[in-house]
Write a protein that binds this ligand. Structure first.
Ligand code: ZN
Length: 235
């Protein structure tokens, strides 16, 4: 049974958002994608988006017809209100409050509000995002209760239902790989390994069994660890 609603997926080109895109394509009648350009230090992830979208359209014909327009919103103003490792050359480190300094306060509230505005104009009533409470980083704007409150605020403010779906909210990285496999089999796992980008340092480098990346930054470490746990579980 296909859900007849149209969904807008926050799709950055990383592992999580690619899994969310597959999840949405498996479920909804029509799916569009959105990314934000806010002067990330590395544009590789944004460049990966087109490769991933093209790969999905080519390898999954039953999804290709549902995959609609792609949107890229310029949020370069975030550079004016943040000073983090994502937008400057500072090293990534944990701050005193336990959050990495890649933290942009309330970033996801801004992203989802812009996404909801775009979704409204595109006739979509579902937003899909890869926010996750089990993530090491613990961003408070990624937490389930934050997003539930925002869903209510957006639906009231738009005077139209706007559902926020977060399929990865309570699962870890190994389970995210398993979800990808259940949605698109080995072919989707391979596409995510080879074509998505996660590395904080923007390195593609050699292809490890878990994908491209420096292998040392927190994002690579998490991804590699998750892939190893996934491999151990499915062996
Ligand atoms: Zn890395």
């Amino acid at each position: 049974m296909t859900d007849t609603r149209k969904a807008l997926v926050l799709f950055s080109g990383g592992q999580d958002s690619t899994t969310c895109l597959a999840w949405a394509l498996d479920r909804f009648a029509e799916v569009e994608t959105l990314a934000f350009d806010y002067g990330q230090r590395h544009r590789i992830e944004l460049d990966c988006r087109n490769t991933v979208r093209a790969g999905i359209a080519r390898q999954f014909p039953h999804w290709a017809g549902k995959l609609g327009a792609d949107h890229l919103l310029d949020l370069s103003l975030l550079g004016q209100i943040s000073d983090t490792a994502l937008t400057s050359e500072r090293a990534i480190e944990l701050q005193a409050n336990g959050l990495p300094n890649t933290f942009v306060p309330g970033r996801n509230l801004l992203f989802l509000t812009f996404a909801a505005t775009l979704a409204y104009r595109r006739g979509a009533t579902v937003l899909v995002g890869g926010m996750c409470e089990t993530d090491f980083s613990g961003y408070p704007d990624c937490r389930d209760n934050t997003l539930k409150a925002l869903q209510v605020a957006l639906s009231l403010g738009l005077d139209s239902p706007m559902t926020l779906d977060t399929p990865l909210m309570f699962i870890d990285k190994a389970a995210t790989w398993r979800l990808a496999e259940s949605l698109g089999g080995e072919a989707l796992v391979k596409l995510i390994v080879e074509d998505t980008h996660t590395c904080y340092l923007g390195e593609r480098g050699e292809l490890h069994d878990w994908g491209h990346g420096c292998g040392h930054c927190p994002a690579c470490t998490l991804r590699a660890k998750g892939f190893a746990a996934y491999g151990a579980g499915s062996a």
